[in-house]
Design a protein. Structure first.
Length: 277
């Protein structure tokens, strides 16, 4: 029997599943998240673990052949799942889940966080969903079928001149020379940082940011959001001018913009700044 796999027609059901899980496991814990530090220095809460368990169970009921790779799994479990997916490119692929992207925000009471879910198959991100829990905004996309916000088509707006752009910048993970130049002589009008990588990508897709740069993102952070941006018409690359998605657990840098021309201008400026020119 052929493996069962999701399709673009399943986006609405998947979005409803994310909303259901958030209502059950995130919102009731928002006033008392009970955060603790993991070995890698990042935060985890009971809500993260409950979300991952709930979604793993519910997804397996509908798509039993598609395994789930979650941020809150052990590195050994994650690596084993990635090896299996890479060895079976014609297989059913993997769900890639961050149960709460922006856990630090969640623990601090900052209203920018939510689950990020992607389906990766044959080395491509094929479906992606990101839920902004506190705004109840659902972003989703299917490869080759476009992106949506609240079930309505989502398209990046026309790009402003770079000097008028709003940038989303995560300074902490950037090369020192680049971070220093951005802090002292930025090429854009103003800068923000949300603290949720998945929402960063989606907010570029929605035109709330025009530029984006981040030094090191996990697969579960960027998989869904990068597809949503690409399907909305935005453009992205790494700081080394490679594709952001590489179907691995390696941390990836990201440069993005609302269109290809603005990305080229942004990437040229970043290259000069990194080189100290």
């Amino acid at each position: 029997m052929a493996p069962s796999c999701p399709t673009s027609d399943d986006l609405d059901a998947l979005g409803a599943l994310l909303r259901e899980a958030a209502q059950l496991h995130i919102l009731p814990r928002a006033a008392d998240p009970r955060a603790r530090l993991k070995d890698d220095g990042s935060w985890v809460t009971d809500a993260d673990l409950a979300m991952q368990h709930h979604l793993q169970q519910r997804l397996a009921q509908r798509w039993p052949d598609v395994a789930l790779l979650g941020e809150e799994m052990t590195p050994e479990q994650q690596q084993g799942l990635m090896r299996t997916e890479a060895a079976t490119p014609d297989g059913p692929g993997l769900w890639v889940l961050d149960p709460i992207d922006g856990t630090s925000n969640f623990t601090a009471g900052l209203p920018a966080f939510g689950p990020s879910l992607a389906w990766v198959q044959a080395g491509r991100v094929r479906l992606g969903l990101v839920l902004d829990v506190m705004r109840d905004e659902l972003f989703d996309a299917a490869l080759g079928h476009g992106a949506r916000l609240q079930r309505r088509p989502l398209h990046c707006p026309a790009a402003p001149p770079m000097r008028r752009a709003i940038a989303c910048v995560d300074f902490k993970r950037l090369p020192h020379a680049l971070a220093a130049r951005l802090a002292t002589t930025p090429p854009y009008a103003s800068q923000r940082s949300l603290g949720s990588v998945a929402l960063d990508w989606c907010w570029v897709a929605a035109g709330r940011f025009h530029l984006y740069v981040h030094g090191a993102q996990g697969l579960w952070d960027y998989a869904a959001g990068s597809l949503i941006l690409a399907e909305s018409g935005g453009s992205a690359q790494t700081l080394q001018a490679d594709e952001v998605f590489d179907n691995s657990l390696h941390k990836r840098s990201a440069l993005a913009a609302v269109d290809a021309a603005l990305l080229r201008e942004w990437a040229d400026w970043v290259e000069r700044a990194n080189a100290g020119r």
